[in-house]
Write a protein that binds this ligand. Structure first.
Ligand SMILES: Nc1ncnc2c1ncn2[C@@H]1O[C@H](COP(=O)(O)OP(=O)(O)O)[C@@H](O)[C@H]1O
Ligand SMILES: [Mg+2]
Length: 315
């Protein structure tokens, strides 16, 4: 017990009020076998050439983010809640990875560990081989709910991160303008968050994360609260943003369709505590990503790939 306590105290930097200080680690659950598809090792049958959905795959793979054997458990009044167990994942620079899994399995916890808001009870998180010891502008997190600063205007919210980093005022506001235009909210810059709809607030939250120009964008079901049309528009925005900025993206989503549309790799998680049960590279053939979002999602190759991933993940 005392050995565990000292181990935990070594690992915690004091910011993680939820991590246990005095309770023993929960017993390990059997390690899930990670299913990997044969596509990972070569081409899919019947295809001449496969193009990656993110440009990042064209470049040599350099690891941007790594979780190495990470476990995390919450210490609650009613006992220890194991949320993540022996979780290992490498994400390459410029890659767009989506994570799917049952509700309550630990997806948000994994993202918070990546962001540095939580510290692993065991294992470690690395950002470009440097140990993650706390939040950093390099890793932007978009939460499920917008969580904007109510006392600031829309523009003030978006400029907040760069201002806190001490960037020149003109630079802060030019970034705010750029990213508010990107999410089509520049004309609402003088409004307060409560004057906007939920979808608009979420777009401000995305602009706020982007204004820091993070190397890694961590998104926790960012479109979950949006109406269907806005969600589709935001997916297209995100595709364009990723193509333009080449930043690394980790997206938690409930939708396999969204994962196939946006990402180049889909990681499926088990029930809590989260472990990786399957990984699936997402590749569509040449021309399969041409056209509007709806056309692409309705196309035969897209539907076939989506169904194959659904089968692979959930059976
Ligand atoms: N701050 C917290 N304190 C205690 N338990 C928590 C806390 N946050 C999450 N949990 C628990 O950890 C588990 C994983 O939560 P979470 O990562 O939010 O799951 P997901 O995002 O997949 O829905 C859940 O059982 C949840 O109840
Ligand atoms: Mg969540």
């Amino acid at each position: 017990m005392s050995e565990l306590r000292s181990k935990l105290q070594d690992k915690r930097s004091g910011r993680n009020a939820s991590a246990p200080a005095s309770r023993p680690a929960p017993p390990p659950t059997p390690r899930a076998e990670v299913k990997r598809t044969r596509e990972e090792h070569g081409q899919l049958p019947g295809s001449e050439q496969w193009i990656p959905s993110s440009a990042g795959e064209k470049a040599p793979r350099v690891t941007e983010l790594e979780l190495r054997d990470v476990s995390f458990w919450y210490d609650t009044a009613t006992g220890v809640v194991p949320a993540v167990e022996r979780f290992s994942l490498q994400i390459a620079k410029g890659e767009f990875v989506s994570m799917v899994g049952p509700s309550g399995c630990g997806k948000s916890t994994v993202l918070r560990l990546m962001a540095g808001f939580l510290h692993p009870c065991e294992g470690a998180v690395y950002d470009e081989s440097v140990l993650v010891s706390g939040p950093d502008w390099r890793r932007g997190l978009v939460f499920q709910r917008p969580e904007l600063y109510p006392w600031l205007t829309v523009e003030g919210n978006v400029a907040f991160g760069p201002r806190m980093r001490g960037l020149p005022r003109a630079e802060c506001f030019s970034r705010a303008r750029h990213y508010l235009e990107l999410v089509k909210l520049w004309e609402f810059r003088r409004k307060r968050p409560y004057e906007l709809s939920g979808g608009m607030q979420q777009r401000v939250a995305i602009a706020r994360a982007l204004a820091n120009e993070p190397h890694v964008l961590l998104m926790d079901e960012p479109f979950g609260a949006l109406d269907a049309l806005t969600r589709e528009r935001m997916q297209d925005e995100l595709r364009q943003i990723h193509a333009r900025t080449q930043c690394t993206v980790v997206l938690v989503t409930h939708s396999v369709e969204e994962a196939v549309y946006l990402s180049s790799r889909c990681v499926a998680l088990s029930d809590r505590p989260a472990q990786i049960i399957a990984e699936h590279p997402i590749r569509l053939g040449n021309g399969d990503r041409d056209g509007s979002g709806r056309e692409i999602k309705a196309s035969a190759p897209f539907v076939a790939l989506r169904e194959r991933i659904m089968d692979h993940i959930w059976h």
